[in-house]
Design a protein around this ligand. Sequence first.
Ligand code: HEC
Ligand code: HEC
Length: 469
Amino acid sequence: MRLLWISLLLSACSAKSASVVPDMGAAIHAIPVAAEPQRGGDSAAGYRALVNNGYVNCGIPYSLYAKVFGANAPAADQLPGRDGHNATLPFGQTAFTTKSGVEVVTANCLGCHAAKLGGTLVVGLGTTTQDFTQDPTSQLAFAATLITDAAEKAEFDRFAAHATTVGPYSTTLTIGVTAADNIAGILFAHRDPLTLAWSPTALLEPPPLYGVPVDVPPWWRMKKKNAMFYDGAGRGDHARIMMTASVLCTDSVAEAQEIDAYFGDVRAYITSLVPPVNATPIDATRAARGKSVFDATCASCHGSYGDGGSYPNLMIPVDEVGTDPVIGNGAAQFADRFVDWFGKSFYGQTARLEPRPAYYAPPLDGIWATAPYLHNGSVPSLAALLDSPSRPRYWRRRATDGLGNDYDPAIGGFAFDALDHGQDAEPDATARRRIYDTTKTAYGNGGHTFGDALSPEDRAAVLEYLKTL
Ligand code: HEC
Ligand code: HEC
């Protein structure tokens, strides 16, 4: 499992305007995000590229992978439309042949951007079960001893050199969140922005070793969003920004250009996705009441849904939404030196990282399926999101099987237990990693109190309505 984890983490990713802003009262200064031109593309070709191509351009020799993990993943973990060995690999792994002729296995985007819900794999749903709590690079030395072929060894060593650099910067305190933004930062720090050549020593000050937790957002939001990321930093050519998630092993501009050539198609696929439909029973009368409360209380930021719906693309300053400030205030890949690096690099030719001290009010399509909530995944259910005093300080998801059969429509989230203690009071390391401890830096669950003033009936009605989106 550990090796899988290594290769998974390694692909991590990573308009100002003064136009008319809806009046939200004196306390809120919403920042509109303008649309920018995007590349077209062929979504079917994008899907094929996503699940077959070696855009994360290094990995573990296939022979080693097959020996350790077996060549055949369970059928429920396989995806259609995959070529060669990919047909039997798990959805988050891709096999491809490197220029030196070695077939390697690497992580693809779906290791983070696909997950099971009700036992079925949903492409585009963010993972909530990957374990990024440990730096696995100690396993690499052992893995190296299993390889005898010289060409395979050379590919493995290239992979291992990048992996050992990133490993210490990639860990989180709790299972389910990722340090994706930190991983992007450390990879930028080790590359020359002009040539993309890898440097064994950091060329910029690395991000702090403390991985800032980020909950993986669902891909179907990109149909509506004018900028990428929770802090709206991803501006300009979105396809170009999406491909930075392959920066682990893209060692030259020529390699980046090859990947870029099909990322318009990948973006077309991502923006074609729609959320899964909630099959649990809905109380239609209550949901109808919820819609009118939502339209009066929430739609100014999150938009309206159904016929004639619209989405305003607004960001809300960190202080005003009041949620955990660490990412919004420029941590990890959003620190100034990485924003500068991006601007000078191949990626910056058509795109910009332009973080604001603010959080995007996201489209809420399929929100029922995307627990836990907020950018750091600190709130386990919609019921708790809508009633901030009820949010658990310490909590743990009950199920550990990753199948997503634990969705509880009564709370709008996965079944969880509130705990009486945090990570520091938990002596058992395995149990500790499962605790979401909101007292830790960047894991805070405060803010977004917009549901607090609702009556219990209105709050229940809004919850019912959110389950229909
Ligand atoms: C290690 C996990 C991980 C991997 C692997 C990964 N991502 Fe992400 N992705 C994230 C996280 C976490 C975010 C949110 C980051 C933020 O907003 O600060 C994100 C954000 C995004 C977004 C923006 C979504 C939004 O609502 O703004 C897109 C699009 C995206 N990723 C595409 C990709 C593509 C394409 C790949 C593969 C080339 C990829 N990602 C690989 C974790 C990952
Ligand atoms: C003033 C603007 C504003 C209003 C009003 C508002 N929200 Fe939000 N909402 C936000 C922002 C900004 C975020 C992102 C905060 C973060 O991730 O830290 C957010 C996040 C959310 C999320 C979590 C999304 C996710 O990906 O985890 C949900 C659910 C949500 N809001 C529902 C509501 C509901 C329901 C209402 C009305 C009761 C409401 N919001 C009112 C701005 C607003």
